[in-house]
Ligand binder design. Structure first.
Ligand code: SAH
Ligand code: SF4
Ligand code: F3S
Length: 474
């Protein structure tokens, strides 16, 4: 796995996370139609969608389970971003075929981006699944399941221009009770040439801000202390009231969420360098509870590569945005996504990426070797001409540099005191808590009587690796 993962696991909108299963308390046992097991892959949007799916299925009297062997229905919420992501899913689907041989009534469904991209293929040609539902078809799941029960094909891959699931209250599966994700928009209109997302998720649409505010306020009431606003490109959030001229842009939304309560932390992901405005940065500066952390994927540090990627900014523009962040939010950490070996990337262009990383001094990055995706602009227009070994070697150079940058970034925190939101027990040591500071850095520290998850504590950092800080409550 190429990703530089944090020791305690990152919760960003990123990085091919490997199938995590969900569980939630069930509805009335007497009316239960069956038990479903859902596993999510890909970005945080998918994990967030699985909570919507669980909510819809619960309403339709399906009960969730975290044990796949107990399930009557297995759902995989899938990712198509790189070829490897799809291979993982196929392997998993073949395992379920073996399970099905022992348990004929078992139904297997595929959701998410791979369902959308491959449409009928997994159902009709490869016969690996019984049900296919794309990202905009989840309301239709109960009907589709009914069709499957009658021996018919359950497939819906229509993409919508309106669906935002605004009225559905996500079932917070496996929640830690402290941090939650809120989807604020769906789809993407950007057409970066390497990217499959516009094809699998459809057109960009923004969710009604009043439903977002209600969801955030409800989470706060239930004890949650951090919300992350999710979208492929949150800076282009724009909602127009259907009955009057009221328009809400991202800065306005951010501010309204921040005003819910001073001790509710607000994060967001992902920001597109072409769209992040000074207005958003000033809104952050005005509200200390909007976290000092921006995920600003650069993809490449070379302007020609950026042009072929159709990112619509060049390296000077990106550097200017980094400078604006430093000017307006001096304490803000910046992270990135980087692709190595994109079509036509020369050694010099690769060095521009390394140079950009040094310029931006990223606190962390998600790093990938380019993987050509069928149907994308790049697949149609450019040759995938960087040899696989070169892509890997460049990726390793990028990873090595990022490790150094993360280490330096973290070492500079030693001796500093941060306000940390306690998220729960450290994975490795039940006598320690883990939590994040405003810069999104995970800090592990020994528990102290009287503190529990959801509390804010002051922690002084005493040591640091490239992935985690360690400290003590003061
Ligand atoms: N909307 C987000 C990114 C979503 S995809 C943004 O614009 O930043 C997450 C990351 O996967 C991308 O930022 C990119 O770095 C990587 N990625 C996307 N398509 C890829 C491909 N074909 N090959 C390798 N990496 C890819
Ligand atoms: Fe893909 Fe670009 Fe949209 Fe991100 S902004 S989802 S990389 S098309
Ligand atoms: Fe996310 Fe993967 Fe789809 S990154 S939007 S789940 S292709």
């Amino acid at each position: 796995m190429a990703d530089l993962q944090r020791e305690e696991g990152s919760t960003l909108l990123q990085a091919e996370r490997q199938g995590e299963a969900y569980f939630a308390e069930s509805t009335n046992p007497e009316s239960v139609k069956g038990r479903f097991y859902i596993e999510s892959y890909g970005c945080q949007m998918n994990f967030s969608d699985s909570e919507i799916v669980a909510s819809i299925l619960h309403e339709a009297n399906y009960q969730s389970t975290r044990k796949e062997e107990e399930a009557d229905l297995i759902l995989l919420n899938t990712c198509s971003i790189r070829e490897k992501a799809e291979e993982t899913i196929r392997r998993r689907l073949r395992q379920f075929q073996t399970l099905k041989a022992q348990k004929p009534h078992l139904q297997v469904g595929i959701l998410g981006c791979m369902a959308e991209r491959l449409k009928t293929r997994l159902l009709e040609e490869e016969r690996l699944v019984d049900l296919v539902a794309g990202p905009d078809a989840y309301r239709d799941l109960p009907r589709l399941l009914g069709l499957v029960d009658e021996g018919e094909k359950g497939i819906n891959v229509f993409l919508s221009r309106e669906e935002t699931y605004a009225d559905i209250s996500p079932l917070r599966l496996d929640a830690n009770g402290v941090t939650a994700f809120i989807s604020i928009m769906r789809g993407c209109d950007n057409m970066c040439s390497f990217c499959v997302v516009p094809f699998t998720r459809g057109r960009e649409r923004s969710r009604d801000p009043y439903t977002i505010l209600a969801e955030a306020a409800d989470l706060y009431q239930r004890g949650f202390r951090e919300v992350t606003l999710l979208g492929q490109n949150v800076d282009s959030y724009a909602w127009v009231h259907p009955e009057n001229t009221e328009t809400v842009h991202f800065a306005g939304l951010l501010e309204r969420v921040a005003l819910i309560a001073p001790d509710l932390r607000v994060r967001f992901s992902t920001s597109h360098p072409k769209d992040i405005t000074d207005e958003v940065l000033h809104t952050m500066a005005a509200h200390p509870n909007i976290c000092r952390y921006i995920h600003l994927p650069v993809q490449s540090g070379n302007s020609e590569v950026l042009e072929r990627m159709n990112r619509t900014y060049d390296s000077d523009w990106y550097k200017e945005r980094v400078e604006a962040i430093r000017r307006i939010l001096p304490e803000c950490a910046i992270s990135s996504d980087i692709i190595t070996g994109f079509c036509g990337e020369t050694e010099e262009a690769h060095h521009d990426t390394l140079e950009m990383m040094q310029f931006a001094r990223y606190s962390m990055s998600y790093m990938f070797a380019y993987s050509e995706r069928p149907g994308t602009l790049a697949a149609r227009k450019y040759k995938d001409d960087v040899p696989e070994e070169t892509k890997k070697r460049r990726l390793n150079e990028v990873i090595r540099l990022q490790n150094q940058l993360s280490y330096a970034h973290n070492q500079a925190d030693i001796g500093k005191v941060f306000e940390v939101l306690v998220e729960g027990d450290s994975k490795r040591d039940s006598n320690s808590f883990k939590g994040r500071n405003t810069q999104n850095k995970m800090i592990v520290f020994p528990k102290l009587d009287g503190f529990r998850p959801g509390d804010y504590v002051s922690v002084r950092v005493e040591s640091a690796t490239s992935a985690t800080l360690k400290g003590v409550i003061i």
